[in-house]
Design a protein around this ligand. Structure first.
Ligand code: DNO
Length: 391
């Protein structure tokens, strides 16, 4: 596998020379300054590509070329937005960048309730707490009929939490769920936006009446429209699974399990329509076995995120070490190296450790924690290489 790293552009505090020193080969990035829905100009793509190459690295994967909400819910602006998307894809293809990650999650990209969940050793990682999430949903958003999505026992816990939660904790919950984890991935809400809860509620309302089948149809429509451009320029699209891979906030989610993945791959049965195999997102659903999924979908996988999670009773999960949890990272490397060798891989999120917390990195994107993860994965890759070569 190719060792890649998500780098947030020239303003990233983690620089390209630092990445070279830790063995990174390919860069995963985006034109983060271009607003969602606007065209990525060929010149701007080439400038960034040349900059990356001037440091002896190369631009391996785009993560993400964001898909606007109107394409997802099928609004009247979608034709224009799809046209823009096609031009951006063609420009990427002309510049020789041929792997494009995106997602098809309505309104909210990944979801965590705690960005600094402490470990006994003093480091911390990202965490999802179902009761705190239910609190956000039913007490802060006050989503209509939201309580129906939780059991009576869960709602009793939410009420108990309401008696003790402080305003500062409520603010932090809002910040973690809809601000800090979203803006930097070109999400809908950015740090500094006033009244994020009101913005978020308006966004949710865009999906009134959009169920799983309509969202699926909109995905099929989008993929069918862009495939000719992907074929012409050799661009591989790879959708990121829904994170976490289950229904939330009454929104439809359509990349959560084996059946979903098989559905979108068959709906537009073209090798350029593929998957980002995010072991972290997929393993956060107890219904998923990452090894089985990898065996089934390796050939249609264009990009891999090697991260693991541990499920905790009650619907919670924690981002765990690569050496444990439900990700089964070493088995995944074995499967991918056999079925589809050389895929770009990044370790995705890392723990916060050794001063990462002081640096103001994007949530999940620490330096030391990711470097440790990369070293662990590199070791696993070396073992698998020897196995394959019969050493
Ligand atoms: C979070 C990321 C996601 C991912 C997008 C792809 O850390 O894995 O934000 O980049 O969903 O479109």
């Amino acid at each position: 596998m190719e060792k890649t790293w998500r780098w947030f552009g020239k303003k990233d505090k983690i620089t390209l020379p630092m990445l070279r020193q830790i063995g990174v080969e390919g860069i995963v990035t985006a034109l983060h300054e271009v607003p969602n829905g606007e065209i990525w100009a060929l010149e701007a793509i080439k400038d960034l590509k040349n900059y990356i190459e001037s440091y002896g690295l190369h631009w391996s994967v785009v993560e993400s070329l964001p898909v606007c909400e109107a394409i997802k819910y099928g609004g009247p602006e979608r034709e224009k937005l799809i046209e823009n998307y096609k031009i951006s894809l063609a420009n990427l293809g002309k510049a020789g960048i041929r792997t494009v990650c995106y997602n098809f999650m309505p309104v909210i990209d990944w979801v965590r309730t705690d960005l600094q969940h402490p470990w006994a050793d003093g480091s911390s990682s990202l965490y999802f707490d179902r009761i705190r999430f239910a609190y956000f949903d039913t007490m802060i958003l006050q989503r209509k009929n939201g309580d129906k999505d939780y059991t009576d026992t869960e709602m009793a816990k939410v009420c108990a939490l309401d008696k003790v939660i402080t305003q500062a904790e409520k603010d932090e919950l809002i910040d973690s769920i809809i601000v800090k984890t979203q803006g930097f991935v070109n999400g809908n809400i950015k740090e500094g936006d006033k009244n994020p809860v009101a913005i978020f509620k308006k966004l949710l309302a865009l999906y009134d009446g959009i169920d799983r089948d309509s969202l699926r149809e909109n995905m099929r429509y989008f993929l069918s429209a862009i495939m000719p451009v992907c074929e012409e320029y050799g661009v591989n699209m790879c959708v990121h699974p829904d994170d976490p891979p289950f229904q939330i906030l009454g929104l439809p989610r359509i990349v959560t399990n084996e059946e979903d993945i098989a559905w979108f791959l068959n709906a537009v049965d073209n090798p350029h329509n593929g998957l980002t195999f995010c072991a972290g997102s997929l393993s956060a659903g107890e219904h998923n076995d990452t090894r089985e999924l990898a065996k089934k979908f390796a050939k249609r996988t264009h990009f891999v995120h090697l991260r693991s999670t541990k499920a905790i009773p009650g619907g919670n999960f924690i981002e765990s070490s690569r050496l444990e949890g439900r990700g089964h990272i070493i088995d995944l490397i074995r499967i991918f190296e056999k079925e589809n060798p050389g895929l770009p891989m990044r370790v995705d999120h890392g723990r916060m450790m050794l001063g990462d917390e002081e640096k103001g990195y994007n949530a999940g994107y620490s330096f030391h924690g990711r470097m440790l993860a990369l070293a662990q994965v590199e070791g696993m890759m070396a073992v698998v290489r020897d196995e394959i070569n019969g050493k």
